[in-house]
Design a binder for this molecule. Structure first.
Ligand code: SF4
Ligand code: FES
Length: 374
């Protein structure tokens, strides 16, 4: 269809299974079970359709994509249809043998998330004993295999004091890129917002540290920086704008414009089991719903930034205002800006404990001490 550019990348959430229990998980509150996951043949068709549609990259994500035993076959297929392949992993199960088979399959890039630099602190956030050590070992193996490595450092009020060490860790492990990503408050992270959201002073200190490190490490390490919306005056163009750059496919095959889209009421997301990726991208109501600017309310509708940030994040706007068309309260002009202000004021009190969850579907528990899965 004229006027709709192809997606840049497919985010293939091949499973929601995951050995970690991060309290800021952005996956949906209701995780999809292993029994509902797409089979190998369907994922291969989806990868072929993504390449035919014009996507350049596939990010194998989850959950933990290494939980799929057919991951190598999917990587091999993605490479064969011309997609650049990125593995987004917690890396706690990225053994030497597994890395070897992935390299043989043609994986192009690996991204590993880090919760902290210290073993005890990292393991506590991950809810997994030994996670921090396993991640470091896996990162070293990735570099030894000659693959480009990105570290994803998820930052929040309980680990921001370690930011300088997180940057050093990326240098020591030979990463080419570090994403310093403050938690974004969707999904499980919203339930833990009071435990995670930094104060303004903490954020300002972190920003100064990142800026100095960028200068010092120019040419050695690229640092991307994602600040929490709650302290911003202007919202981000979430996902580069609704259905403009990315397409997510969930483990069971639902196609989404962003990972949190299912939290929005009144939208039906098509399944790749029933529709081609091209038809979903170009024709489905859900993907077209917030494209362009016709759907906007004031003040976005007449704002000069409406085609810059596209009114901010739909999922955050709905979560905080109950209106899917509302201006994202991350914008200083938003009528519902006060929805953020109470959360920011709460950062002056000590943080509560994390609330963890398990994929088995048991009720979430209040955990004052780390829980472990292995
Ligand atoms: Fe963006 Fe809307 Fe705020 Fe303008 S009013 S800056 S378009 S969110
Ligand atoms: Fe859904 Fe931002 S996470 S639009």
């Amino acid at each position: 269809m004229p006027g709709i550019d192809p997606p840049l990348a497919l985010l293939a959430e091949v499973t929601h299974r995951c050995p970690l229990q991060c309290p800021y998980c952005s996956n949906p509150l209701e995780l999809e079970r292993a029994g509902s996951e797409l089979d190998t043949a369907t994922w291969k068709r989806v990868l072929s359709e993504a390449a035919a549609l014009g996507a350049m990259q596939v990010h194998f994500s989850g959950g933990e994509p290494l939980a799929r035993r057919d991951l190598e076959e999917l990587v091999r297929h993605a490479v064969s249809v011309g997609l650049y392949t990125n593995l987004i992993t917690s890396a706690v199960t990225l053994t030497a043998a597994r890395l070897e088979t992935l390299v043989a399959a043609g994986i192009d890039h690996v991204q590993i998330s880090f919760q902290d630099v210290e073993d005890m602190a990292g393991d506590r956030v991950a809810g997994f004993k030994g996670a921090q050590r396993l991640k470091r070992e896996a990162a070293a193996r990735v570099r030894a295999a000659g693959l480009p490595l990105t570290l994803n450092a998820v930052m929040h009020r309980q680990n921001l004091a370690h930011l300088p060490d997180m940057i050093e860790q990326a240098v020591e492990l030979g990463a080419g890129r570090l994403e310093v990503a403050h938690v974004q408050y969707y999904g499980w992270a919203l339930a833990n917002r009071a435990a995670l959201l930094p104060s303004r002073a903490q954020l300002d200190a972190a920003t100064a540290i990142v800026e100095a490190a960028r200068e010092r490490l120019r040419g050695r390490l690229v640092i991307d920086y994602v600040v929490p919306d709650y302290h911003a005056a202007l919202p981000k163009a979430c996902m580069g704008g609704w259905a403009r750059r990315f397409m997510n496919v969930t483990p069971s095959g639902k196609a989404l414009p962003c990972h949190a889209a299912e939290t929005l009421p009144g939208l039906e997301f098509p399944s790749v089991r029933e529709m081609s990726l091209a038809a979903i991208w170009r024709e489905s109501d859900a993907f077209n719903r917030f494209r362009g600017t016709d759907w906007m309310l004031e003040p976005c509708r007449s704002c000069e930034r409406r085609e810059v940030d596209w009114g901010g994040c739909r999922c955050q706007a709905f979560a905080l205002t109950g209106n899917i068309r509302a201006t994202d309260p991350a914008c200083a002009l938003a009528p519902d800006r006060k929805a953020l202000e109470a959360a920011v004021r709460a950062t002056e009190a000590p943080p509560p404990d994390f609330t963890y969850r398990r994929i088995g579907g048991e009720p979430a528990e209040r955990a004052a001490t780390p829980t472990t899965t292995g």
